[in-house]
Design a protein around this ligand. Structure first.
Ligand code: B16
Ligand code: MG
Length: 216
């Protein structure tokens, strides 16, 4: 019997990957680096600085910038990304998510956000679902990113349950690995690529009921 739900944000609740892509593509172009949608898949669930490192390595410019310069580049990308987020609203929730969240709240199942995004509180407010969550793990407090299970262990801890008592929802392979590494039940929300190791795979949350997951 499960007692709580742990949600990733980008790819599970809303599709901000396309906005990250626009902002990274522009920044990369200014550095003479070309990225495409296939490469963007590698950035899903990956932190801002790690994403920048991957882009620089992709363009053969891994050692061309100091830490301070990289921080400035990451800030520039984020400024553009936050501008793009301004248009976000409840219409951008992924199909089935709101219904699933409402059903969880009706049954008083605690819900937590385990996202690598420092913009998560802002995004949840724009989507008008911020108040439905019992906690949001602060990525600034983490020592390791996904696929390390730290973010998922913390998420379970904030709602006072063991990882084994939670169901985690993820769209990225790194996230599924983190969920499984701490013994949590993993629901993979698949878009393009198949998610390995997930206990259940769906295209959207409307394929699931809260009751069936609580029984896992
Ligand atoms: P930010 P998730 C992740 O969100 C995105 O998938 C990833 O592309 C992004 O780099 C990361 O958040 C950090 O986002 O720049 O807003 O702090 O999938 O973990 O919800
Ligand atoms: Mg994600």
């Amino acid at each position: 019997m499960k007692k709580g739900f742990v949600f990733d944000l980008d790819g599970v609740i809303t599709d901000t990957a396309k906005l990250h892509y626009i902002a990274w593509k522009d920044l990369a172009a200014a550095l003479d680096i070309e990225i495409d949608l296939a490469f963007n898949e590698q950035l899903k669930g990956v932190s801002r600085m790690e994403s920048l490192d991957k882009i620089l390595a992709h363009g053969g410019k891994k050692d061309d910038f100091s830490i301070a310069q990289k921080e400035t580049l990451a800030e520039e990308k984020n400024k553009h990304y936050v501008e793009l987020l301004q248009a976000l609203g409840p219409q951008d929730l992924l199909p089935g998510f709101k219904e699933f969240l409402n059903a969880a709240k009706e049954k008083q199942v605690p819900c937590v956000i385990a996202s690598a995004s420092k913009n998560a509180p802002f995004i949840l407010k724009k989507l008008e679902v911020f108040d439905a969550f019992d906690a949001i793990v602060d990525p600034d407090e983490l020592t390791k990113g996904k696929p390390d299970p730290e973010i998922f262990i913390r998420a379970a801890d904030t709602i006072h349950i063991a990882p084994e008592e939670a169901v985690g929802f993820e769209d990225a392979q790194a996230g599924i690995e983190g969920i499984k590494a701490c013994g949590m039940f993993a629901v993979g929300v698949e878009t393009t690529e198949p998610l390995y190791q997930a206990d259940l795979r769906v295209k959207q949350l409307s394929e699931l009921t809260v009751d069936e997951l609580l029984e896992k």
